[in-house]
Ligand binder design. Structure first.
Ligand code: FAD
Length: 352
């Protein structure tokens, strides 16, 4: 239903020239790439021409085809169902996730998103719901060698699903692989059919439709994942009138994750805007350049107000600059940095 509305809106706009926001839909030529092929081809275009290119392309192939090819990260539910059929009964609880104990999920599929990031699709009984509320993450566990006393040494890391919270039979994690990362190297070597122990959900922001008139977001790299949960919840609900704007910071255009999905959402939903900033631009890049500054935030975020909430997620360097990181006990910690300087109050900022 929500998808149908988005498709209709996309189709309605397909024959028109898109309104060009200052950075909205900050354009790369990868605009037309599917979400699973987001490598930079070195010839990005302006936001304005990206909008026109999409309109023209939509007119040719039909907005539905375009939307579905851009929006979906992985669309092979049969693969998930097939993997789920092989799962032992103890891996298929009534809701797939269990907040109290780790459950083994079978890896159904892995797709490359860019040069260092993959989407991992895990399967569960297609009759079951995942049991996730927006916005939540889950924790993963893997054995990493043995302790001196011979007992297993476990590593535990949180990740944020990017699949719809009500998707039956599968969930997707988008994960950046670090060459020396303990968990991510473990994940990098997983093959379809292998299992991963997962516990959750771990509730973060309890999102309610229309809880705020405006939601601003500042994300760096894989800090996009919790933002996607909230963005998807808003744009898939026709009753939700929240205005959302995302300032998305990355090192290079090639590092931007799911750009074609973000651009498609911004195209189809006037209440969602995305502003890209890269610290190392490639030739022809027409989006934001340099680091996130107060000027960038002033342009990309709603002004401080009781009707406004700003969500922040990213690597510690970004968090420190924008809002201050969370406290060691994982509470919100003190609000410092640019958001404080710009007049936002602690109640108007949420750190994932
Ligand atoms: C609530 C929450 C949700 C998260 N959701 C996601 C998600 O959806 N997708 C995702 O990819 N990650 C997510 N993360 C980060 C994730 O939990 C891990 O920290 C990350 O995958 C690295 O784990 P690792 O064991 O591979 O690296 P570690 O073994 O912890 O680190 C080893 C080395 O890897 C490198 N490294 C690790 N993390 C970083 C970093 N952030 N920046 C630069 N270098 C680093 C460093 O060289 C480091 O010394 C989330 C974190 C939190 C707190």
């Amino acid at each position: 239903m929500a998808m149908a509305m988005a498709l209709r809106r996309g189709a309605e706009r397909a024959g028109t020239v898109m309104r060009a926001g200052e950075w909205s839909c900050g354009g790369g030529a990868r605009f037309m790439a599917t979400a699973v092929r987001v490598e930079d081809d070195g010839s990005p275009s302006s936001s304005f021409s990206s909008g026109r290119a999409l309109a023209a392309f939509s007119a040719v192939v039909g907005a539905g085809a375009l939307y579905s090819s851009c929006l979906q990260t992985i669309r092979s539910e049969p693969a998930a169902a097939e993997a789920a059929r092989d799962m032992p009964q103890e891996c298929a609880p009534r809701t797939a996730l269990n907040p109290n104990e780790f459950v083994k999920f079978k890896l159904a599929e892995v797709r490359d998103i860019n040069h260092n990031t993959k989407v991992y699709r895990f399967a569960f009984n297609p009759q079951e719901a995942l049991g996730l509320h927006v916005a939540s993450c889950l924790v993963t566990k893997a054995e990493m060698g043995k302790k001196k006393d011979g007992t297993p040494n476990y590593i535990i890391r949180p990740y944020t699903p990017i699949s719809p919270p009500d998707s039956k039979g599968y969930f997707d994690l988008m994960i950046k692989i670090y060459p020396k990362g303990n968990m991510t190297q473990h994940l990098a070597h997983l093959k379809p059919g292998d299992t991963l122990e997962v516990k959750g959900p771990i509730p973060k922001l309890a999102y309610e439709p229309n809880m705020k008139k405006q939601i601003g977001m500042v994300a760096g790299g894989t800090g996009l994942t919790p933002m996607l949960q909230v963005i998807d919840a808003i744009v898939s609900n026709p009753e939700d009138n929240t205005q959302v704007s995302l300032v998305y910071a990355n090192t290079t255009p090639a590092d931007i994750l799911l750009k074609s999905k973000l651009d498609s959402l911004a195209f189809a939903h006037p209440n969602f805007k995305v502003f890209y900033v890269v610290s190392k631009e490639s030739e022809g890049w027409k989006g934001g350049k340099g680091h996130v500054t107060k000027d960038v935030l002033k342009k990309g975020l709603p002004s401080p107000s009781d009707d406004t909430l700003i969500l922040v997620c990213g690597p510690p360097g970004l968090m420190n600059l924008i809002s201050g990181d969370k406290a060691p006990d994982k509470s919100q910690g003190e609000l410092i940095g640019m958001l404080k300087d710009l007049g936002y109050t602690p109640q108007q900022v949420y750190k994932f």
